[in-house]
Design a protein around this ligand. Structure first.
Ligand code: 13P
Ligand code: SF4
Length: 351
């Protein structure tokens, strides 16, 4: 842990940090005001740190970050960072991926309790057993997995480049795709690949955005466009609505969070229904202020993403905690699959 030199900034930040309270839902007690923003910028400079933030982060965290983007864009930003320290405002697997790509850098996450229910839906032991049942198959794992799972993986992917990654694999080879069943179904649909097996995992936030809600919202807002994240339980329903003619096909867009931002900038629609974690609405409204963006499910908030609070970021930069490490053997085994992910596909949103 690097201790900061005592300066006026550090003393002011410590005074602010005295208000921090630790609760089961994260660190609280600090408002993201001007004083906080000045302390964060000064502490990041003192640590020679870059702050990366995922599109689902709280608005104050997005506003203070050096880069905001989707999983792919942030992995690439982490790999290209010149600073000594990467502060990852996102969830644990994202910070781990940054450490795999940049082992010589210090990688910090403002609260190491920020996990991911999707990453928890497959363990390295599960994957090893599945591989043993399909000898010779190529393993494609979503980036939302632990480093130990990545170490048993041939290609990682994100929702931005999953289709390109699977298309890059010899069509005669069997593919094991894990852990997200809805993204897997989307990829199978677009690649027409029959020799692809999909793990039955899911993200509790996206799986909870269901087809009934989408159908009702579509009925109430008949001219709206639909932006649907492929992790959503309603992705299939969206395509069904298009197939049935309930929504014109060109108005249904299955997109990563970065893809949604690109689409927001060029949409001609006045209203867009958004099926993903609600943190995304802040970015979309900033990108296209004249468009009326509405959540398909307003309760679709990821408690893990929201653990990265203003208080947590202050504590992180002040104390150099929580540090994320990956043991060298796992890192070495995981590196190839992560490098393949970073190399395949068009730029992710935020790059
Ligand atoms: P993307 O930002 O890659 O679309 O991923 C969404 C997600 O659920 C991250 O946890
Ligand atoms: Fe994981 Fe879902 Fe939260 Fe994304 S939204 S971090 S997939 S639990």
């Amino acid at each position: 842990m690097t201790i900061l030199n005592r300066t006026e900034t550090v003393t002011a930040a410590e005074r602010l940090a005295a208000q921090i309270v630790d609760t089961p839902t994260g660190y609280g007690g600090v408002e993201p005001d001007q004083q906080w923003a000045e302390a964060i910028r000064a502490l990041a400079k003192a640590r020679n740190a870059t702050i990366l933030a995922h599109n689902y982060q709280l608005p104050a965290i997005q506003d203070i970050a050096d880069h905001v983007g989707d999983s792919l864009a942030l992995a690439r930003a982490a790999a290209a960072a010149d600073e000594d320290t990467i502060v990852f405002c996102g969830v644990h697997f994202m910070a781990e991926t940054a450490k795999i790509l940049s082992p010589d850098k210090t990688v910090l996450i403002p609260d190491q309790r920020a996990g991911c229910s999707l990453a928890d839906s497959i363990t390295a032991e599960d994957l090893a057993e599945w591989k043993a049942e399909h000898p010779g198959a190529v393993v494609v794992s979503y980036v939302n997995t632990t480093a130990a799972v990545k170490a048993l993986t041939d290609y990682c992917c994100t929702s931005s480049n999953a289709v390109e990654v699977v298309n890059s694999i010899d069509p005669d080879r069997e593919v094991l795709f894990c852990p997200d069943q809805f993204l897997g179904a989307h990829v199978r649909r677009l690649t027409n690949r029959e020799n692809m097996h999909v793990w039955a995992g899911e993200c509790h936030v996206h799986a909870g955005i269901n087809g009934d809600e989408l159908t009702e919202q579509t009925r109430n807002n008949p001219d709206a466009e639909l932006f649907v994240h492929p992790e959503c339980g309603c992705a299939t329903s969206a395509l069904y609505l298009a197939g049935e003619g309930a929504v014109p096909e060109e108005r249904v867009k299955i997109l990563s969070t970065g893809g949604m931002l690109d689409a927001a900038r060029s949409t001609g629609a006045k209203q867009v229904l958004v099926a993903t974690e609600v943190g995304m609405l802040y970015q979309l409204r900033n990108a296209a202020p004249d468009v009326d963006f509405r959540a398909v499910n307003e309760k679709a908030s990821c408690k893990f993403m929201k653990m990265i609070t203003p208080a947590a970021l202050l504590r992180c930069l002040l104390e150099g905690a929580d540090e994320v490490d990956v043991d060298p053997v796992t890192r070495e085994a995981a590196l190839g699959s992560v490098q393949r992910m970073v190399a395949i596909g068009r730029p992710g949103g935020g790059e």
